[in-house]
Design a protein around this ligand. Sequence first.
Ligand code: SF4
Length: 264
Amino acid sequence: MKNIYGLTYEELEQYFLQISDKKFRATQVYDWLYKKRVSSFLDMVNIKKEIKEQLEKDFTMKKLSILKKEEDTLVFKYLFELEDQNKIEAVLMQHDYGNSLCISTQVGCNMGCSFCESGRLKKRRNLETYEMVLQILMIEEDLHLKITHIVLMGIGEPFDNYANVLSFIDIVNCSKAMDIGSRHITLSTSGIVPKIREFSNYSKQVNLAISLHAPNNEKRSKLMQVNRAYPIEEVITAVKEYIEKNNRRVNFEYIMIKGDNVTK
Ligand code: SF4
């Protein structure tokens, strides 16, 4: 059974048309899910009984399990367990400009960056859209705060789970759902060139970040296997095209690793 938190607004509208109901029902259901935050279809009191029963037959509202929560000054790290017992992490950081959540997009990761624990685990599977959405909802509910910024930089390569990641962005950005502005959403990639090009056609003004982490190809290929397929020059060319095309901001990330990438 599908989890309702994985449906974009348009998909929910289509669902209601399919069951011979009205499109506007999607607005009511989104309001209960994302504004009023009910945990049962039966609590959606302005929706007809037959429709609620149909929703119960077709969808689950099952949440993730919080296995562990660690706190430090203005930082909260969550370990979630998924329905199939796989585990993922999300980290909330409180800044003066807002609450920023770094979410996971996959279980494990195939990119194999040498400095990253997730890379050693290898990818087990992509996260479903609802599993990304619920990382936000559950942390907001647990800490009683509003998350204002999203960074797709936890476990996984977001461009390796492209379709689900775009649906996720659609839901969190939707004014009827979480309404997080697209300029407050940052997607971080290890540098998959064809996907940078594809993403340049995406309609939302989401920020892009590139994990660079080395000053040349020799060092970068040692740290990041992806560089053997897409070396620095190709990444930079794709980023220049991306900026020219849509005038969006691109950040470069660089972790300083003593003895590895601090000098040429
Ligand atoms: S792409 Fe990100 S999650 Fe994947 S191995 Fe590299 S640093 Fe780790």
